[in-house]
Write a protein that binds this ligand. Structure first.
Ligand code: FAD
Ligand code: NAI
Length: 463
């Protein structure tokens, strides 16, 4: 017999689980089909959470070996117990995924284990069950983008998933792709002792990030030991007796060169994942990049079928997926829900962190929008001086006529937390003067945001 629900969500990542919880809170009868043996999707199992646990642990390991002595803390040279560090990471996954299981039980959401396949609008198959439902939400996320001709064995040629599981620190780690994954996971293994080389196709790392930030960040990463081969493409990856031989050549063409590595991390982006979902049978349209097409209310071309998160267009970020999940649940329960795509922050959790929200200087110039820029370096911030975390700056871009904040870009320790101030300001359509007039606790790194705002139209106090 078929089971009847108001909503069946396929995929229990941040998009799917938040959609399910919100819908249940609003009174809908909800089931979630998830084929992994744990809830939480890419983010909790092989993405955001494990990578941040490894970034945290490796940063402390590095700091204990470098900056403790300056503060008068004398400890023996730290010794790495990698197995224990990986166990620490696994505990973080366990705690978080169990947390979602608890929330499902609390909200009476049924977790249907197995692969979901859409039979028709209103009907989803999972194993030997057929679930009948008013609405179907596709929240199946994304998968690693493959480099043509390169097999990822997750042992010597790895994706981010294998790079979170390496059994020993590689002597030489070659990262293909200077994006977020390459720089975060490159940082982890670099801090633990690997020699890290990043091969990036474009002339700069972190495409889409404010140019001034990228320049500053590249310099910092080089000081940390990163080597960059920019404007370079990988043409062949061959496994050797020990390690891997990687053939590279200039992106624009030219002489080839072979680089040796113990481990190669392929991090050239992610692609929407819709395998086995039955989209063709249901008649659901996808775009050229395989992403499910939706309208502004997350509806596909088929009535009663919706999609959210990495499987649709937009930044592949957990919080973007979550906001879409909540907005859609609200709509399905008869309320109004929407996502403000102009104010979605992005954070690179390296040391220092890079965080931004809104438009970059390059984007404003391209759009022909006149703006004022205010910048404040952490070298002039009292707390940063006390903590010896003076790298980086805050930059605020505001409309020249109206002073409305259009973009905020931060590089510095704790930038991922500081950016939340900018998100609040932009969500409330604040001017730079609004931020400049707020009373911010002293001494905090947050004062640099206020000072940057003061710099937009006048001058900061501490410079
Ligand atoms: P996913 O999290 O991918 O979840 C989809 C789920 O659907 C999966 O569990 C999958 O098993 C399941 N599924 C697929 N098909 C079916 C089917 N037919 N039936 C049943 N189940 C199915 N984002 C950030 O914002 N911050 C970060 O710090 C961050 N770090 C990251 C680090 C790494 C290494 C990676 C790889 C990604 C990171 N991301 C980060 C991106 C983030 O993980 C994704 O944007 C987010 O997980 C997308 O959520 P989602 O719900 O759309 O899909
Ligand atoms: P990405 O899109 O961030 O970066 C990929 C990089 O690879 C780009 O710089 C691109 O120019 C380069 N590239 C593409 N093809 C190449 C080739 N053949 N040779 C050399 N370089 C090539 O993708 P990444 O780092 O794989 O991350 C995937 C997704 O996961 C991102 O969309 C990101 O949003 C998300 N993510 C988010 C994190 C965060 O929010 N902190 C952390 C990790 C991942």
């Amino acid at each position: 017999m078929a089971d009847a629900f108001d909503l069946v969500v396929i995929g229990a990542g941040p998009g799917g689980y938040e959609c399910a919880i919100k819908a249940a809170q609003l009174g809908l009868r909800v089931a979630v089909i998830e084929k992994r043996d744990r809830l939480g999707g890419t983010c909790l199992n092989v993405g955001c959470i494990p990578s941040k646990a490894m970034l945290h642990a490796s940063e402390l390991f590095h700091e204990a070996g470098t900056s403790f002595e300056d503060m008068g803390i004398e400890v023996p040279k730290p010794k790495l117990n990698l197995q224990q560090m990986l166990a620490f990471k696994d505990e973080a996954i366990d705690g978080n995924t169990k947390g979602i299981e608890f929330l499902f039980k609390k909200n009476k959401i049924e977790w249907v284990k197995g692969e979901g396949q859409i039979e028709a609008p209103g009907k989803v198959k999972a194993g030997d069950r057929t679930l009948e439902t008013k609405s179907i939400v596709i929240a199946t996320g994304s998968d690693v983008a493959k480099l043509p001709g390169v097999e990822i064995d997750e042992k010597t040629v790895v994706s981010s998933t294998g790079a979170l599981e390496l059994g020993k620190v590689p002597g030489k780690l070659l990262v293909v792709g200077g994006g977020v994954i390459g720089l975060e996971l490159g940082s982890v293994w670099g801090r633990l002792g690997a020699e890290v080389t990043v091969v990036e196709f474009l002339d700069n790392i972190l495409p889409g990030t404010d140019g001034e930030v990228v320049k500053n960040f590249t310099r910092t990463l080089k000081k940390q030991g990163f080597s960059f081969r920019l404007g370079t493409k990988v043409t062949k990856v061959e496994k050797a007796k020990s390690g891997v031989k990687v053939t590279v050549e200039p992106a624009k063409g030219g002489e080839a060169e072979i680089l040796d590595a113990d481990i190669v991390l392929v991090a050239i982006g992610r692609v929407a994942y819709t395998q086995g979902l039955g989209l063709d049978k249901a008649g659901v349209k996808t775009d050229k990049r395989g992403r499910v097409e939706v309208d502004a209310s997350f509806k596909t071309n088929v009535d009663g079928i919706y999609a959210i998160g990495d499987v649709i267009a937009g930044p592949m970020l957990a919080h973007k997926a979550m906001e879409e999940g909540v907005a859609l649940a609200e709509r399905l329960a008869g309320h109004y829900g929407a996502v403000n795509y102009d104010v979605i922050p992005g954070v690179v959790y390296t040391s220092p962190e890079v965080a931004s929200v809104g438009k970059t200087e390059e984007q404003l110039k391209e759009a022909g929008i006149d703006y004022n820029a205010g910048k404040f370096p952490f070298t002039a911030n009292g707390r940063a001086k006390a903590n010896k975390t003076t790298e980086g700056f805050v930059k605020i871009l505001a409309d020249k006529k109206t002073d409305r904040v259009l973009g905020v870009h931060i590089i510095g320790v704790g930038a991922g937390e500081l950016i939340a101030q900018a998100v609040v300001a932009m969500e409330l359509s604040s001017s730079s003067e609004d931020i400049a007039r707020m009373c911010i606790a002293h001494p905090t790194m947050s004062e640099a945001v206020k000072e940057a705002a003061l710099a937009v139209t006048g001058s900061p106090i501490h410079m």
